[in-house]
Design a binder for this molecule. Structure first.
Ligand SMILES: Cc1cc2nc3c(=O)[nH]c(=O)nc-3n(C[C@H](O)[C@H](O)[C@H](O)COP(=O)(O)O)c2cc1C
Length: 162
């Protein structure tokens, strides 16, 4: 569901902002500490910028899923969500995956005309990026790929034995 009309985006953004303010409050408090990591501070500021400007983002792309045995099956739509993010990136669009609107889930779904068995599970904000993309910093694969058993667990076990 692509929501494009300004007053509808404003309605969504108002609810998103209320959920965001509650969600981010503890992180904002923690960020007051002088030794708070700069990267995390930037992340909070960037998320806050999105929250403040969501109504200006030209497309609010909602992805809706299905229920199975009464529970939303979010996992089944996440591969499609990732494809949308990659497709946006390929044509130079900015896209950000969010889920905070779920704090107002049923209210938002009713506004979108989605039935109870067809709940929205993600809101992808899509627009042209204000700044050029940069290649994201990636951790070396050896740091994040573990073979057979989580490496830290092995190290902990070895320490216990010594
Ligand atoms: C499942 C999921 C839900 C997310 N929900 C939100 C959200 O509601 N609001 C938000 O600002 N970021 C949310 N994020 C984080 C953003 O999608 C994004 O990863 C983050 O802003 C970092 O941006 P970058 O990956 O471009 O560095 C979510 C990420 C994931 C994977």
């Amino acid at each position: 569901m692509a929501v494009t009309e300004p007053e509808r985006r404003a309605w969504v953004a108002e609810r998103y902002r209320a959920a965001f303010d509650a969600y981010i409050a503890p992180a904002r408090k923690a960020a007051e500490a002088p030794d708070f990591p700069a990267a995390r501070r930037r992340n909070i500021e960037s998320a806050a910028w999105l929250s403040d400007h969501l109504h200006e983002v030209p497309v609010h792309l909602f992805v809706a899923g299905r229920l199975r045995r009464g529970d939303p099956q979010f996992q089944s739509v996440f591969p499609a969500i990732q494809n949308v993010l990659l497709a946006c990136r390929a044509v130079g669009l900015g896209a950000c995956l969010t889920m905070l609107h779920l704090a107002h889930g049923r209210q938002v779904d009713e506004y979108l005309g989605l039935a109870e068995d067809n709940p929205s599970c993600a809101l992808i904000a899509v627009g042209w990026p204000a700044v050029a993309y940069r290649r994201p910093v990636r951790k070396p694969v050896d740091e994040v790929l573990h073979f057979e058993r989580y490496r830290d667990a092995d190290e902990k076990d070895a320490k216990k034995k010594t």
